[in-house]
Design a protein around this ligand. Structure first.
Ligand code: NAP
Length: 207
């Protein structure tokens, strides 16, 4: 099968190559997945450069996020069946989703709700968990205002949807090209970062 493999340390895509490698079998506690989609997260390039917690495998497949269909269910896995669509993220210490097939611990996988397209689901897990962590740590109360920079991006768009669920008034900085979809998701105030200075618009002091 084909996979995108790290050749050497470096942040550019030229350090990655498409290679044919052996596909693995699902071990105990794992699922084998036929990959259908994946996202390139900003941290992926840092991981390709070198990350203290990551012991690089040989070959090392890139990628953290993904979605696909279950091909094999390893022993001791209860909640998944062959043919189900799942999405997932991998730990920074155990990356590898940019391949036609992968094996992954089942406890990092979730079934894809039918309202979400399987290809879109491959872009969700890490940005969603990042946004969820950040917002729950803020402990914001219903009716409070929140400013989300980069609200049209992977993390920002998930944060917008969670913030609206929490009943917050959301102000977001982003690009004009994303405004229509942001409005549809309930953004209360949009600031075009290319033409407006948010600190002037919101009359806040920048440190
Ligand atoms: N992805 C993750 O799971 C994750 C996890 C932890 C931390 N982070 C960090 O969170 C940040 C965002 O990551 P992401 O995955 O959401 O990236 P992304 O999908 O590339 O989104 C970044 C967004 O920010 C917008 N943007 C760029 N410059 C801006 C500016 N000056 N003011 C306001 N918006 C601006 C971009 O708009 P245009 O492209 O239209 O200009 C884009 O919509 C990065 O610093 C990343 O390292 C991400």
């Amino acid at each position: 099968m084909k996979a995108i493999i790290r050749q050497k340390a470096g942040k550019e895509f030229s350090t990655m190559k498409v290679q044919n490698i052996e596909s693995s079998k699902a071990q105990s506690g794992e699922l084998k997945i036929k990959m259908l989609s994946s996202r390139i997260n900003p941290v992926d390039m840092d991981l390709m450069k070198g990350f203290p917690s990551l012991k690089y495998k040989n070959p090392q497949i890139g990628g953290i996020d993904g979605a696909g269909v279950v091909l094999e269910v390893g022993q001791n896995v209860k909640d998944f069946s062959v043919g189900e669509n799942v999405f997932f993220y991998r730990l920074f210490s155990d990356i590898g989703t940019w391949a036609e097939e992968i094996t992954i611990p089942a406890n990092y996988c979730a079934k894809i709700p039918t309202i979400i397209d399987v290809k879109e689901a491959g872009t969700i897990a890490l940005p969603l968990l990042t946004a969820y962590d950040s917002l729950t740590q803020l402990n914001a109360k219903k009716g409070e205002k929140i400013l989300i920079h980069g609200v049209g991006g992977g993390v920002g768009f998930q944060a917008l949807q969670i913030a609206k669920q929490l009943g917050l008034f959301v102000i977001g900085t982003g690009s004009q090209s994303d405004k229509a979809v942001l409005d549809k998701a309930g953004l209360d105030q949009f600031i075009d970062y290319k033409t407006q200075d948010f600190s002037q618009v919101l009359k806040v002091k920048r440190s």
